[in-house]
Design a protein around this ligand. Sequence first.
Ligand code: ATP
Length: 329
Amino acid sequence: RVVTLRPSQPHDTYIINTREVLGGGRFGTVHSCTEKTSGLKLAAKITTARNVKEKVSDMSLNEIQVMNQLSHTNIIQLYDAYEVRNQVVLILEFVEGGELFERILDESFPLTELDAMIFVKQICEGMQYMHQMYVLHLDLKPENILCVNRNGHQVKIIDFGLARRYKPREKLRISFGTPEFLAPEIVNFDFVSFPTDMWALGVITYMLLSGLSPFMGDDDSQTLNNVLSVNWYFDEEAFEHVSPQAKDFVSNLLIRERSGRLSAAQCLKHPWLHSIQDRAKHSNVLLKSQVQLRKYMAKRMWKKNYIAIAAANRLKKISSSGSLTTLAI
Ligand code: ATP
């Protein structure tokens, strides 16, 4: 169904549990919520304007329009949307497994390369569909991949706040995001397109396999420099047990030239993802990524750090002139 922004309160239809916070981000907080008539558990993403000038519905309208076009098992579904004064409430499909990387930190869930393959394949399937629908996500990162439940393997892509419809003749320049996951063309303020999302998939896959962040420097400027000079390598120790096909997969995504990167459809045909059945038959050694990720999380102070960066960059400027759109958040 097509969701439109209703100018009313969600409380007649949903019970929003404001005490249960599922997560928070740049723009608001996500709470658990229940549909009154069916008892269905959902998630309510509440975005609040931070000042009188900010029009929260403008920001959310884009997210609603994009999500309305998408219906896929690896993409979170939008159910409903409400606008009340300075707040927009998006009612979303709920998943209870938490963020993929948090799950990986869980010692009771030992991670093998096969697990990584199963996760990456689903992310690719969601991306292939999204790209077929001409949608660019532009904010793919570990926090935006959620697990459906605590012990299963199914994942879903979330957060279409920065996503947009790709228009072939539109020159879209974008500047935002978390330094570690930015493609060189975003840092360079150059045109973005489908391969921009594929770069992010390369970073996510690298991290799943090794627990290391391929471009992370001591500070943001070093990280950005590493991205710009495409300065990355396979850490020998962390990748010790990783297969050559997995490395080839990553090497075909973390490429400066956009046209050189694999598309989502090509990723699904790549020998690495194609050998899932085969690999499942053999015993799999554990990856070292869990140990590394624990160190990484401590170093990065994860969300705290990126929310601070996002807040500092929050001055939002949208200017449209002719076919050129610039969005800086
Ligand atoms: P960002 O700063 O990453 O852009 P945001 O404000 O746009 O964040 P989301 O990324 O959509 O918000 O959600 C923030 C967090 O809330 C997620 O990382 C996740 O932990 C949790 N979350 C979001 N949607 C759901 C959902 N449908 N079910 C369960 N948890 C969710």
